[in-house]
Design a protein around this ligand. Structure first.
Ligand code: NAD
Length: 274
């Protein structure tokens, strides 16, 4: 495979780069995911709330790629938190995807005011024990949410998927995850393409390596050890974004990108979304 795996804390292998489908309408998801699978992606990141699990599932079914070579992630939406509702929502997602297991299931947001992420996670543990999920994890959890979760449940999350890009480098979260054996997965790894790809330092590094700014940013994540799931519906960009395993940034490049941190979020603060 083009993309090397990382080994999660339960021994499951996860490709370090996958394809994200947020904001891809269901009727376009099939073509986008098909293009990604053809380009060599083997990991797909969707969510119930994206409304494109069916299109994603159709592309998977039509691709002919053996199921065991794929790594499919979906996420439980906030309104479905709670033990029984999680079991039901999982069945719905699996049905829409047309699969009999997912590789990774994530709690989409902690929504701390609901006070349900522990019960929700206990349902994840059951589904995991039943073999219907290979690895369980969370998304948008702050270290304080992870600490409570780890204290009150049995399976340390394999992954925390958080907003992370050169303008929001998440040093504290990454350090906490590393201490706990949790893989850090970066959402909006390209900063949603808004401005980040025109930052002069990144453009200069791209010229130096004869690469694109998007490839430089993705390579920065890879060398930091992050899992990345860039999104595009443009075939040339889908192909470009996976071609990041045949060059390296040097220490000077990494330092120049690390200097771009502004602790600036594009999405909501996880303590405030409920
Ligand atoms: P991203 O950082 O992947 O940026 C995507 C945008 O960048 C594209 O729409 C396009 O405008 C631009 N782009 C992509 N490739 C490019 C290239 N090669 N050259 C120039 N521009 C390019 O943003 P994202 O979609 O927000 O995040 C990626 C994935 O992360 C999502 O699709 C989704 O799967 C996941 N995500 C998860 C959460 C969460 O709460 N867990 C939130 C947001 C996103």
């Amino acid at each position: 495979s083009k993309v090397p795996p990382i080994i999660l804390n339960n021994g499951v292998e996860m490709p370090q780069l996958g394809f994200g489908v947020w904001q891809v309408p269901d009727d376009e998801a099939e073509a986008a995911v098909a293009t990604a699978l053809e380009a060599g992606y083997r990991s797909i990141d969707t969510a119930a709330i994206y409304g494109n699990e069916e299109g994603t599932g159709k592309a998977i079914a039509a691709s002919g790629v053996p199921r065991e070579e794929l790594f499919v992630t979906t996420k439980l939406w906030n309104a479905d938190q709670g033990y029984d509702s999680t079991l039901r929502a999982f069945d719905t997602s699996l049905d829409k995807l047309g699969l009999d297991y997912v590789d990774l299931y994530l709690i989409h947001w902690p929504t701390p005011e609901r006070g349900l992420y522990i019960d929700t996670y206990k349902a994840f543990e059951k589904l995991h024990a039943d073999g219907r999920i290979k690895a369980i994890g969370v998304s948008n959890f702050l270290p304080e949410h992870l600490e409570k979760l780890i204290g009150e449940t049995s399976v340390v999350p394999a992954v925390n998927q958080i907003e992370l890009h050169p303008h929001l480098q998440q040093h504290d979260a990454r350090e906490y995850h590393a201490e706990q054996g949790i893989a850090t997965e970066a959402w909006s790894p390209l900063g949603q393409g808004r401005g980040l790809l025109e930052v002069p330092a990144i453009v200069a590094i791209a010229r130096k390596h004869d690469r694109t700014p998007a490839q430089v940013v993705l390579r920065w994540h890879i060398q930091l050890g992050n899992v990345v799931i860039p999104k595009s519906v443009t075939p040339s960009r889908i192909k470009e974004n996976i071609e990041v395993f045949d060059f390296s940034l040097d220490a000077e490049d990494l330092a120049a990108i690390s200097a771009l941190n502004e602790d600036r979020r594009l999405g909501p603060h996880p303590a405030e979304l409920n």
